[in-house]
Design a binder for this molecule. Structure first.
Ligand SMILES: [Zn+2]
Length: 211
């Protein structure tokens, strides 16, 4: 995802850095998760939970940043965007602090599921509105595929079952389902960024030019 976005998304795209940081966080999550599943002790377990929670909260921030271009395209918008970003950071730090003091598995799971559902809901409302306006562009299909695979992987976490052949359990399938997600998301970002840049060029866009 990092390579794809760095190479194929124009530098002037309003969210290029947001998606690049997303890819960096994804790399950290994968490293933490690999460490935990190869050496299971308290520190690797906490790192796995903290990093997973980090990407879920960041994904929610990215979805809001994406859905409201005003945050990047106007002076006031940027101020509000920074305040919202700081709010997310404080929420995340408070969340991992409370887990550090007392690890509550159910509370952490609930937080992660609520954030994931909110992110998916926001994207689906945005995509639904685009379709309603008569849009049929490819990026919408990539976005819906990302959400379906992403929510599908969450189902493996929520509905646990005994392992097949004592090898493949629900959590392993959850990790397997997270493999295509960054590829689909990268394709969505690339195609949507190219569409948005073209639209801004040709019709002047909906954006505030008093920046
Ligand atoms: Zn895991």
């Amino acid at each position: 995802m990092h390579y794809h976005i760095k190479a194929k998304v124009p530098h002037s795209y309003r969210l290029k850095n947001i998606w690049i940081y997303y890819a960096y966080i994804g790399i950290i999550v994968w490293i933490c998760s690999t460490m935990f599943h190869s050496r299971d002790f308290w520190l690797t377990e906490l790192l796995d939970y903290f990093s997973a929670c980090g990407i879920i909260v960041y994904a929610m921030f990215a979805s809001i940043s994406f859905a409201v271009p005003w945050f990047q395209m106007s002076k006031n918008g940027r101020v509000v965007w920074k305040i919202i970003g700081s709010g997310f950071l404080i929420f995340y730090l408070y969340h991992i602090y409370s887990l550090w003091i007392k690890f509550d598995y159910a509370y952490n799971m609930l937080c992660c599921i609520v954030c994931s559902l909110t992110t998916s809901f926001l994207y689906l409302v945005w995509a639904g509105y685009e379709v309603y306006k008569g849009q049929k562009r490819k990026s919408l299909a990539y976005l819906v595929a990302t959400i379906v695979v992403g929510l599908g992987s969450v189902l493996f976490e929520v509905f646990d079952f005994p392992p097949f052949f004592w090898i493949i359990d629900a959590h392993s399938l959850f990790h397997l389902a997270t493999v295509p997600t960054p590829f689909l998301l990268a394709k969505f970002v690339e195609t949507e960024a190219s569409y948005e840049m073209r639209r801004r060029k040709y019709d002047g866009g909906i954006f505030d030019k008093n920046v």
